[in-house]
Design a protein around this ligand. Structure first.
Ligand code: ATP
Length: 233
């Protein structure tokens, strides 16, 4: 579904992605794990079109995406839930969700919102409240639900567990697993390597702008190098 080939990206003259190769097949949960500063967020920004690519190619559902502007990528089925959530704090929960579906004018918007509330019941309870009043975990749920309102074929999730209490982190990962059963393909970027690899089908390890390891998630979890460097074992 998604294929990234030799992707390079720079901030000014400094290259931070040095030729990334990665694939995500339809129906998979794929995770990219790595330390702070490895380049994971930059990779997702390149995929969603808000960070320029200096070399390489991105293919999505059989089409070249590299030069397609960000707003059109959403129409093609690629939606991102960004790092730091970036919800609209002055708008209500429901208004945030409706913005996720801004390109749609059909009856399915109400149905999708109902599904989002089913997935995250706390959002239904708070639907008429300002999103800025939600807890960190609830804001993360809202960011994911808003991205789902765009009806993505592939959801890009940037560090959904960041800054959350362990019990909430588990809830978030449970929902990501659930997405798979709903047919959504997920590319999950995480510093929480253990949590991410536990729910993923396959994983990539990223270090200083390069992929250094890849394989089935179960194999990566069992690998002594990963256990030592990322799982604290
Ligand atoms: P994090 O977990 O902090 O998001 P990351 O793996 O996502 O880390 P990136 O945010 O992609 O890493 O950063 C990769 C490199 O690019 C880092 O060295 C970072 O300092 C640098 N970088 C990120 N954003 C910018 C920017 N806007 N301008 C210049 N350098 C940047």
């Amino acid at each position: 579904m998604l294929k990234v080939e030799g992707l390079r990206s720079k901030y000014g003259r400094i290259e931070v992605l040095h030729g990334i190769n990665l694939t995500v097949d339809s129906g998979e949960i794929v995770t990219v794990v790595g330390a702070n500063g490895a380049g994971k967020t930059t990779l997702l920004k390149c995929l969603s079109g808000i960070q320029p690519v200096s070399a390489g190619a991105i293919h999505f559902r059989g089409e070249a995406l590299t030069t397609v502007p960000a707003y059109k990528r959403i129409h093609r089925g690629l939606a991102q839930s960004p790092e730091g959530r970036q919800i609209f704090t002055n708008l209500t929960v429901e208004e945030n969700l409706r913005l996720g579906a801004y390109q749609y004018r059909d009856d399915r918007v109400e149905k999708d919102m109902d599904e989002a509330f089913h997935m995250f019941p706390i959002l239904r309870e708070k639907r008429n409240l300002a999103a800025g009043g939600l807890s960190g975990g609830q804001q993360q749920m809202l960011a994911m639900a808003r991205a789902l309102m765009a009806r993505p074929a592939c959801l890009l999730l940037d560090e959904p567990s960041m800054g959350l209490a362990p019990i909430i982190v588990q809830q978030i990962f449970d929902v990501v697993s659930e997405l798979k059963s709903l047919g959504v393909t997920v590319l999950l970027v995480e510093q929480n390597a253990f949590g991410a690899l536990k729910i993923a089908d396959r994983g990539y390890v990223m270090e200083t702008g390069q992929i250094t390891m890849e394989g089935p998630a179960a194999e990566l979890i069992a690998d002594p190098r990963i256990r030592g460097a990322y799982l604290g074992v």
